[in-house]
Write a protein that binds this ligand. Sequence first.
Ligand SMILES: [Zn+2]
Length: 290
Amino acid sequence: MHTKVHGLSPADLHPVPCSLCGSTQAAVEHRRGIFQYLRCSACRFVYLSPRPTQEKLIECYQRYLPSEEGDVDAWGRMMKVVFARAADAADRHAGGRPGELLDVGTAHGFFLDVMRERGWRVKGLEIAKKAIAAARAKGHEVVEGTLETAPFAPGSFDVVSAFYVVEHVYDPVDFLRRIRALLRPGGLAIVRWPHTAPLVRFLMTLREDLGLYDPPWHLSQFEPATIAGAMRRAGFGSIRTTVGGWTLPAGPVGRTISATGGLLAETWERLSGRSFPGVSKTTVGVRQDA
Ligand SMILES: [Zn+2]
């Protein structure tokens, strides 16, 4: 087999233990081309293994984000409701007094736009150079790099947000710990993630593979229990997972379906007290100090 996917061949991939609990006992959850996801037998976490090295992945990421003007604007519009819900959560937590926010993986800085508009002092962190340039062109302060290399002082933010990042990082618990360290005591983390596992299981029974797992970009496939476990391990409390809005696809038909689905999911969540499977979720957690 010499299949190259996103410039990766099987020789670029190596096995890893569960990033949540370190166990190596796991069963295959999903296979797609040269990639496979395992489900940890100890904690039920689903993760990509074998996988490329972090250096190799960062190289691949320069081609990941949309660069066409149209695509970029579409993303900003799509995320409008999700960003508004997240901004409401930040404002509520801050008691109506805008503070300092860091958006990790800020892409083109759309959430920074929303929060700046609400009076927050905002900074972004991003690895894709084109996206950094776009965010800076709007006057945002964006640092190039990851949480490992970020120059921010510990305890310097009231809110740290990360939209669709935690499923991409190598070690999600370490990622969340670094977010916690950047928060002031009592500060709020807002983490948005795709909840695809139950949906993929359902679609696989129909022999449909819509590529929702998105390897190699998605290293982790969270579910409400495993994201909560990761947040607890990282030192967060008052953890809450909600649908947190819905994305708005560009076309009017897709938009109606998505908005209806999102509304339905939120209503279900409110009435049943249970999380709705198959749609993205926003998880918030408060920095705990012993
Ligand atoms: Zn595990």
